[in-house]
Write a protein that binds this ligand. Structure first.
Ligand code: HEM
Ligand SMILES: [Cu+2]
Length: 755
């Protein structure tokens, strides 16, 4: 067995040293010494003095951009620390027995890994990005309360140190043990890292004697205060500090998301704080909130998840905000469905408080209550899906620029779709009872927390690098790094979904040998993710000194598509003032893709769709009838030759609660084909530029057919299966083309009449 403190301390020290070395070297090469000689004594003193000044400046700053950078640096340190834990976890899993660390150490690793990443990495980085860019995006001079802002940040480092004091003490103990006999440093060997799991479930967290648990609770409490303080500041800034021309209907989506995330945090974190205090009291003063004879261990789970589920949306929403902000810039189209995205964000915020018990489906909570949590948990997928569809539609027919930020956006959407859909499965009680204790859950949430979340953080770091530093990052390295991150994340967590589906329990250092190959693949994937993170850091550090200098005020050529948003306008003004640059002039502009000059107001999008539906209802009915008629031929033939089982129609009527009747099912199917789908098709088609009806019809039909073929599948095999697929798709294509042709025809007649 290896000593955890030695390995982890050594790894972190090596990492820190390399960072310093790379930074110094890059800086040195950027500014060759004039004489190549040694610094004179005066020079040394001067350098020291400068260092002091710099340190003082960073310790006392209240400037929102500097505090933003501090947050980001802090979050990055936490990510490296939590990431080292993760690498150690995955290394242990290379072999079935617990042969590198003891099972106890393994438990400590996954506990601190989870807490460090969720609490000290994700939100601090998003608060950092928010601090830097939100005031620029809304035209504010600074955050509403600059000093409170600084306090909010400076509470975090002591919180992290407290939470991870166990490891620090152990590392200290290992260093001292070189000089001192073991009995003199007994204290240093007594604290251990917490090993009760990141969810701190009672009764284990109450009865385990390790005093580090108390320190951890205090550290988490402090971080909760820091978060609350920061959240209040964001809310006040967005509400009160907006420039005159920024209103609720043209507030950028990132600021919307920071506002909503902060609001969720404001309601959720006090609960965590109270729960932590109660646990502290139980541990130290003999209260019985969470003991069996008192409130019971389940009470802890309620309190914890009442914070815990909203917390996952707190972490996730800023990433979606960045996506909605960055993606349009790289496809040259304005964000599709601004209003829908805002509403879905607000919807998520409310709903996120009504689903917490889906983490408790295997406890003794009353089944009738569980059913309502199941319903809301399934429903919460709707606002998430709205976002995804809006992003996809934003990309539709766009002018895609294959640069690193775009690659990461695409990867983020991909990981989020799989992470989200697996969550919907888990929201179904019987499914969750099977998978709750398995790697499936680990796969589900990591596809989000190692998917869209870090991907969008990194995408924004590249996208805004010119603003941050006035230089370009290494663009080839960045593309490579983005690809690695996406591949690594998919390999690792898809494998975990599979072995979880096969039933392998999570949180175990030891596992049956037949899973070894899968675990090894996941570990290699994990290393790839780690490698890509280090590459990102290298790129950020070295490019700061050696990156190509940005020589235009519009580095992403955003003016060409009328997307030169406020933060870039700020950048331009600064470059003009500081370096006498000329404001960039685009060679061409494309108005059709530009954001509307006159925003429609928050209700505009909903109104447009409603109007659209109303105006086109009769046209939709005719086209729907034609399409459905054509489709019925294909489906009917499939039933007659026996490759499609008509019994599946009964499930439709069952689904809407009308009993198992094939006839009712078939009627509903036809009604949907005649009315619902054509209207949907029309409302979307209105928004698609170019209006290429036939392609749109085919794509639309293919999507519907895919859903149909999954829903109606009844174990056909071999030739029958092929026949089934062929008929389903051909029938739907006939439907899609029928819709498109009819629409085209009716439209042309309409304009004829008009002329
Ligand atoms: C489509 C929306 C989502 C649904 C329906 C959903 C559903 C679920 C369910 C039912 C569980 C409980 C599984 C179990 O423990 O048996 C779960 C676990 C989890 N989810 Fe999600 N989820 C969604 C989105 C997210 C997002 C966006 C995140 C992260 C930012 C996330 C992070 C987590 C985490 C961390 C856990 C595991 C907690 C643990 O350690 O037990 N989920 N999810
Ligand atoms: Cu949840």
């Amino acid at each position: 067995m290896l000593n955890r403190a030695v390995i982890e301390g050594g790894a972190l020290a090596l990492l820190a040293l390399s960072i310093v070395a790379i930074w110094l070297r890059a800086r040195h090469e950027a500014r060759p010494a004039s004489d190549g000689g040694y610094l004179s004594r005066e020079g040394v003193r001067f350098e020291l003095g400068r260092l002091q000044d710099e340190a003082l400046r960073w310790l006392t700053t209240t400037n929102h951009r500097e505090i933003g950078l501090l947050y980001i640096a802090f979050g990055t340190v936490a990510a490296l620390w939590g990431g080292t834990d993760a690498m150690m976890l995955r290394t242990e899993l290379l072999t079935p027995p617990a042969d590198i660390w003891t099972p106890e150490t393994y438990n400590a690793l996954f506990t601190t890994h989870g807490l460090t990443m969720l609490i000290f990495f994700v939100l601090p980085v998003f608060f950092g990005i928010g601090n830097y860019f939100l005031p620029l995006l809304i035209g504010a001079d600074d955050m509403a309360f600059p000093r409170v802002n600084a306090i909010g940040f400076w509470l975090l480092p002591p919180a992290l140190l407290m939470a991870r004091f166990g490891l620090l003490v152990q590392i200290g103990g290992q260093v001292l043990s070189v000089f001192l006999p073991a009995e003199r440093i007994a204290f240093f060997l007594s604290l251990r890292e917490v090993s009760v799991g990141w969810t701190l479930y009672a009764p284990l967290s109450v009865v385990q004697p390790n005093p580090q648990i108390d320190l951890l609770l205090l550290g988490l409490h402090l971080s909760g205060i820091a978060t609350t303080v920061g959240a209040i500041n964001f809310i006040a800034t967005v509400v009160y500090e907006r420039a005159d021309d920024v209103n609720w209907s043209n507030l950028d989506i990132f600021s919307w998301n920071m506002l909503v995330t902060s609001s969720i945090a404001l309601f959720a974190f006090p609960l965590l704080g109270s729960a932590l205090v109660m646990l502290l009291l139980d541990r130290n003063l003999g209260t019985t909130f969470f003991t069996t004879e008192g409130g019971g261990p389940i009470l802890w789970q309620h309190l914890f998840w009442f914070w815990g589920h909203p917390e996952v949306y707190i972490l996730f929403l800023p990433a979606t905000g960045l996506m909605s902000l960055i993606l349009p810039k790289f496809v040259g189209r304005k964000l599709f469905g601004y209003q829908f995205i805002v509403y879905s964000t607000l919807g998520l915020a409310v709903m996120s408080f009504g689903v917490w018990a889906h983490h408790m489906f295997t406890t003794s909570v009353d089944p009738r209550l569980k059913a309502s949590f199941m319903a809301i948990s399934i429903a919460i997928a709707v606002p998430s899906a709205i976002k995804v569809f809006n992003w996809l539609t934003t990309m539709w027919d766009g002018n895609i620029r294959l640069s690193a930020p775009f690659i990461l956006c695409a990867g983020g959407i991909g990981t989020f779709i799989i992470g989200g859909v697996t969550g919907v499965f888990l929201a179904v009680i019987p499914v969750d009872i099977l998978y709750h204790g398995t790697y499936y859950v680990v796969g589900h949430f990591h596809l989000i927390v190692v998917g869209i979340i870090p991907m969008l953080m990194i995408a924004s770091s590249y996208y805004w690098y010119p603003i941050l530093t006035g230089r370009w990052y290494d663009r080839r390295l960045a593309k490579f790094q983005s690809g690695l991150l996406i591949v690594g994340a998919f390999v690792t967590f898809m494998v975990l979904l599979v072995i979880g589906g096969l039933g392998l329990p999570r949180r175990q250092a030891i596992y049956p040998p037949e899973y070894q190959l899968a675990q090894q693949i996941a570990t290699v994937g994990g290393y790839v993710v780690g490698l890509s993170a280090v590459m990102w850091l290298y790129n950020m550090l070295v490019s700061y000194w050696r990156g190509e200098v940005v020589r235009t005020t519009d580095p992403w050529n955003l003016k060409a598509t009328n997307q030169f948003t406020r933060e870039w306008q700020w950048f331009e003004a600064r470059m003009v003032e500081k370096y006498d640059m000329e404001p960039a002039q685009p060679e061409t502009t494309r108005r059709s893709y530009a954001p509307e000059l006159q925003p429609m107001g928050l209700l505009g999008g909903v109104g447009t769709v409603a109007q659209n539906v109303y105006r086109n209802a009769s046209m939709a009915a005719v086209a729907g009838f034609t399409g459905t008629f054509l489709m019925t031929g294909g489906i009917g033939t499939a039933i007659v030759i026996g490759v499609l089982d008509p019994a599946s129609f009964a499930e439709i009527s069952e689904l809407v609660g009308l009993g198992t009747s094939q006839l009712i099912g078939a009627v509903l199917f036809l009604v949907a084909g005649t009315v619902v789908w054509p209207l949907l098709f029309l409302s979307f088609q209105e928004f698609l530029p170019g209006r290429r009806m036939f392609e749109t019809g085919l794509v639309f039909a293919t999507l519907v057919a895919t859903g149909f073929s999954v829903a109606f599948y009844t174990d056909q095999e071999g030739l029958a299966f092929l026949g089934y697929l062929a008929f389903v798709f051909v029938a739907h294509w006939a439907y899609g083309l029928g819709l498109a042709v009819t629409f085209q025809f009716l439209r042309s007649r309409r304009t004829d009449v008009g002329a």
